[in-house]
Design a protein around this ligand. Sequence first.
Ligand code: KIV
Ligand code: ZN
Length: 532
Amino acid sequence: MTDSPAADSAPAPVTPAKDRVLIFDTTLRDGEQSPGASMTHDEKLRIALLLDEMGVDIIEAGFPIASEGDFEAVRAVAKAVKNASVCGLSRASRRDIDRNWEAVSHAKRPRIHTFISTSPLHMKFKLQMEPEQVLEKIAESVAYARSLCDDVQWSPEDGTRTEHDFLVEAVRIAIEAGATTINIPDTVGYTAPGESAAIIRMLRERTPGIENVVISTHCHNDLGMAVANALAAVEAGARQIECTINGLGERAGNAALEEVVMAMRVRGDIMPFETRVDTTRIMQASRLVSAVTGFPVQFNKAIVGKNAFAHESGIHQDGMLKHAGTYEIMRPEDVGLTESNLVMGKHSGRHAFREKLKALGYDLGDNAFEDAFVRFKALADRKKEVFDDDLRALVDDATTSVANDRIQVKFLRVVCGTEAPQSADLILEIDGVERRHTSSGDGPVDAAFNAVKALVPHTAALKLYQVHAVTDGTDAQATVSVRLEEGGKIVTGQAADTDTIVASTRAYVNALNKLLVRREKSAPSESITAAE
Ligand code: KIV
Ligand code: ZN
């Protein structure tokens, strides 16, 4: 803790080398603000730990004042992360900043991020404040944050639509008050690469003290230019990029971490910048974020899409066989995409299984490992060929459903086909007691969901039901995501199984278990079963 915001006594927080670009990941904050992308406490922790292992420099873990859950998640991330700086977001008020500091101060390297709008439109209509009042708020909030924490980031919201003279003045005041990073957000995804670069250049030319801080860029993707804008800002002198895994974020999302990192790596000849990100963990991070949020990655998404390294046309395949460089500008293994090799069968032992998981980037604790191994054996019994993607789905499934979940699927048999009614006979174990119900429905999934609802009555609305085949072939596992909403709370459940109806039912039950955890935080434990 420092007593004053004197710039000369401030230890440099994370100062990049000349050509180093800091990667600031905001998947857990801006990403989670994406409608429907809410994550549980444990899921946030898993993502944060992976980001840390990957070499992300700063993790924005949430908005601590937003809710008790947000606060607890930011605090837990701050405690758990080993290398990265951990940052929380706050508005320009002492209450927000205090709450933020309470959460992030547990980190090895805490950072407070505070922001206020500076564009004429935002100041007039959103804040209903005069420009002078906004400048006062900047001085006050940044100085206060800096009195608590040595590493303070300040952002002018809607920065790219802010008048230049005012932006220079606002940034000057923030620096004078002790900000160590100045982040320029393109909040509404309005800017274009030339303009993005021009703003950074303009600030560097005109703002006193700007040479002593890290300039950051935060770009939204409303016009599909977030990555281009972020890279243009870096070329103009920004040395921190705010981004998210899979480009998750408000509306059309943020600049995608995997794209900015790989662009600088592959085109180092014209963008001579480096990051500390271990790119071989990119696929793992992409899959985890997609599984947790239930947001699928579009097939043709750059770097992490299913088709990003697929060569379908005959001409391309021929070229690839002669020299991979003909149509491939980066190697699949550079982003952690291993060949979907046949890996193991039912005779594979624990040792081989553990080694394989390690190669795929999973380091499970003893209980999770045992659970995954039992599931692997069961899968190998049912499925002729077990591929890497099968194992990933299986491990993700094993780590999303928890042994002490209040509701567990014990038995399911469905009747389906051309003749109605389709029905589902289901046994759930609820708080240790087995209960059975048979329901009919419009198809087997509907019937199974009706049976779940009869056994666990609730008012949550089904917001998403989504099925993906993990691999090719009719014996492929299905991964299912089910999103539920109850009283403004959103949860997403997942499960994987070679039987799509079983996976669907377990995903639904997984979502209900998450909902129960959320409910229990706000109300004492209560019975969840139907009255008998
Ligand atoms: O888009 C935005 O303006 C933001 C800021 C709070 C950094 O997310
Ligand atoms: Zn944003």
